[in-house]
Ligand binder design. Structure first.
Ligand code: PXL
Length: 286
């Protein structure tokens, strides 16, 4: 009998807008991985484009849920964190990681996009996100989040491979063995997701076609599929390649239907691709 991998997903649940837990559940489930939700907040919608959001902070719930899992002997193969609603939730994520020492620690340091912080993120929460990153095995910032973590300006010009390698190594030197930065415009004209595996000193790039729309939640979908691939035994570049191919397909599908960007990608039309047995090799050294 093969056992399914089990992930504790410490993310928010947004009712409308297809991000965080509402995309993590279907994508990881389609890959054959069990998701156990640890909600950081309940929101009526995500915070990018729907006006006055209703937000219920779940900070007090998280340590109680953790205590229950410990006392029940429940174990996890992966602790995967994302959007946090308060600084103390960083401590709670660290407690989850401490409690399940064999679990893979994936931190998607959700803080902003397009050079701007999300409206619920302040400087203190961003600073504490740095502590969580230091405890992670794998991190998946976008370029905005990578800049916040490094304390550098958000790059407005396309980037050279050498600059990116420096940023990847610098982020890895904070603790995580594997760093993936999403949504990078390269000086050679390619748009890429780029990664660094410090164990093998290997740098990777996976190019994709740029669509002129910003769909919230695609970073969550990318990180979720990447995490799933690694848990299933994929190499870093194969996991990056699968996650990139799926995001590209979901974005193109949604763009083709002309669906409103703020509602995220039409995941429901695209999920079957994740169950397909096919190779994902659209990667090259960076
Ligand atoms: O996709 C990132 C994300 C997650 N959770 C919430 C958000 C966003 C981005 O806007 O608002 C609540």
């Amino acid at each position: 009998m093969s056992e399914l991998k089990r992930v504790a997903a410490i993310h928010d649940l947004s009712g409308v807008g297809r991000c965080s837990l509402s995309v993590i559940f279907p994508t990881l489930s389609a890959l054959g991985i069990q998701v156990c939700a640890v909600p950081t907040a309940l929101l009526s919608t995500h915070t990018s484009g729907f006006g006055d959001v209703v937000l219920e902070d779940m900070t007090e719930y998280i340590p109680k849920a953790l205590a229950h899992y410990i006392s029940s002997g429940i174990d996890f193969d992966c602790i995967y964190s994302g959007f946090l609603a308060s600084e103390i939730q960083v401590t709670h994520c660290l407690e989850f990681m401490e409690s399940f020492k064999n679990a893979l620690r994936v931190v998607d340091p959700v803080m902003g996009d397009g050079g701007k912080k999300y409206r619920t993120y302040n400087d203190d929460l961003c600073r504490r996100m740095g502590e969580l990153v230091a405890a992670a095995d794998i991190i998946t910032p976008n370029l905005t989040e990578a800049s916040i973590l490094l304390g550098t300006e958000y790059p407005t010009a396309p980037m050279q491979a050498s600059e990116l390698k420096k940023a990847l190594v610098k982020l890895s030197s904070k603790g995580p063995e594997t760093v993936v930065i999403t949504g990078v415009e390269m000086a050679d004209g390619e748009i890429c997701n780029v990664g660094f595996d410090s164990e093998h000193n290997a740098f990777w790039r996976v190019p994709y076609e740029m669509i002129p729309r910003n769909y919230p939640g695609t970073g969550d979908i990318f990180a979720s599929i990447l995490t799933g691939g690694i848990l299933l035994g994929d190499s870093l570049p194969i996991a990056m390649s699968r996650a990139t191919a799926f995001c590209e397909y979901a974005i193109k599908t949604t763009f083709g239907y002309g669906a409103p960007a703020r509602e995220g990608v039409m995941l429901e039309k695209c999920l079957p691709m994740l169950a397909e047995k096919r190779s994902f090799t659209d990667y090259r050294p960076l």
